[in-house]
Design a protein around this ligand. Structure first.
Ligand SMILES: [Zn+2]
Ligand SMILES: [Zn+2]
Length: 389
């Protein structure tokens, strides 16, 4: 029997699990109920279960045969701080919490793969099912790696998946090399000298200084980054002042930078530092930059990207796998794991009608029709990578 049919036989169970997780969303590193549910299901299927890796992270291990090979399959478990605006029967029961990025679906797909692999054991030797916490900007992937994930559970290659609204169910999309942007947050603290609003000559105006810095930062992408590289610098905050008649002492600027290589990110930081302090000193003020890299860029290994695309093509047909998908400016913290092991990350269609609502939107929902497809892809990756005999 084809894997997709076999997993399709328990599609109703997958849907039920997904709705249960959806109704009980938990923020990063707070995935208590979710990780309990994952651990309990993994144990039921017959996996060895390891908990507390990266705080609320869970790893399930399945072993069969005696080769030295291993694979890691990864899903994320956390929700977002959004108030759900759907009328679904299984809508969030936790105020201000919502599975608006489909991690409920990702967790369910990996559970589905675990159940199938535990039942069939058609692989040789170790499959590691990695359920990570805190993907949404809190560094759950990094926490698992720093907790010894790959020392305790060696993986020759690792694979992850994210749903893609607007891409039809039954289609997959990937690209080789850099696929998703690395992300940084920055704050610039500007110090001038406060004065009466009617006597600017007595002060150093941080409002004017901050305004000029915000404008000058626009030249990093247009004048410093090579035109063939892709980057964005967005100033998203300027905070200063409280009174009409007071020139304040300080101002702060905040924002985000995104790009596809460490070199470009270093170049952005370097230029931002020079521009901020140079413009400030031109006005007699000072500026301090705090530049924090939150995610490295997500880079797909060429061999493993081809492998996952081939496995997807076996499932849904070659015409339904786009191997040259576009760059994504959003970030994804599976990139931390990919910095330590070769692997690849693929997008799975969430639908262009139902399922078409963008992620991080209060009206979003994961499309249950994709569950057996994602579960089958995860499971086939293990069977193909660790083929018996
Ligand atoms: Zn997200
Ligand atoms: Zn996500």
């Amino acid at each position: 029997m084809q894997i997709i049919q076999r997993i399709g036989e328990f599609h109703d169970d997958l849907t039920e699990w997904r709705h249960d997780i959806h109704a009980h969303p938990e923020l990063g590193f707070e995935e208590q109920r979710t990780s309990d549910l994952v651990a309990q299901k993994l144990a039921e299927f017959g996996c060895e279960v390891f908990r507390g890796i990266g705080k609320t992270g869970v790893v399930g291990r399945l072993r069969a045969g005696n080769s030295a090979r291993s694979i890691g399959l990864r899903a994320d478990m956390d929700c977002l701080p959004i108030e759900e605006a759907t009328n679904l029967s299984y809508r969030s029961q936790n105020a201000g919490r919502m599975h608006a990025c489909g991690h409920d679906g990702h967790t369910t797909m990996l559970l589905g793969a675990a159940r199938y692999l535990a039942e069939t054991r058609n692989f040789d030797v170790a499959v590691h099912l990695i359920f990570q916490p805190a993907e949404e900007g809190l560094g759950g992937g990094k926490a698992m790696v720093e907790d010894g994930l790959f020392d305790r559970f060696p993986c020759d290659a690792i694979f992850g998946m994210h749903n893609r609204p607007g891409l039809a169910v039954g289609k997959f999309q990937i690209r080789t090399g850099a696929m998703m942007a690395g992300g940084a947050y920055f704050d610039i603290a500007i110090t001038g000298r406060g004065a009466h609003g009617a006597r600017p000559e007595a002060g150093i105006d941080p409002v004017v200084t901050a305004s000029h810095i915000a404008i000058a930062l626009q030249t990093i992408v247009s004048r410093n980054v090579r035109p063939v590289d892709t980057a964005v610098v967005s100033v998203t905050q300027i905070h200063t002042g409280e009174a009409y008649s007071v020139i304040p002492e300080r101002a702060t600027i905040g924002g985000t930078a995104r790009c596809f290589s460490k070199e470009t990110m270093a170049l952005i930081e370097r230029n931002m530092r020079r521009i901020a302090s140079g413009v400030a000193s031109g006005f007699g003020a000072t500026a301090e930059l705090d530049f924090r890299i939150i995610f490295p860029p997500l880079v797909n290994d060429a061999t493993e990207a081809r492998f996952i695309a081939d496995v997807a093509a076996d499932l849904v047909g070659g015409d339904n796998v786009n191997r040259e998908g576009g760059l994504v400016m959003a970030s994804e913290d599976f990139s931390y794991m990919l910095e330590h092991r070769p692997g690849a990350y693929i997008q799975i269609g969430n639908g262009d009608g139902i399922g078409g609502c963008e992620v991080h939107n209060p009206g979003y929902d994961f499309n249950d029709a994709a569950l057996p497809l994602g579960a089958s892809l995860f499971a086939r990756l293990a069977e193909r990578k660790l083929a018996c005999g």
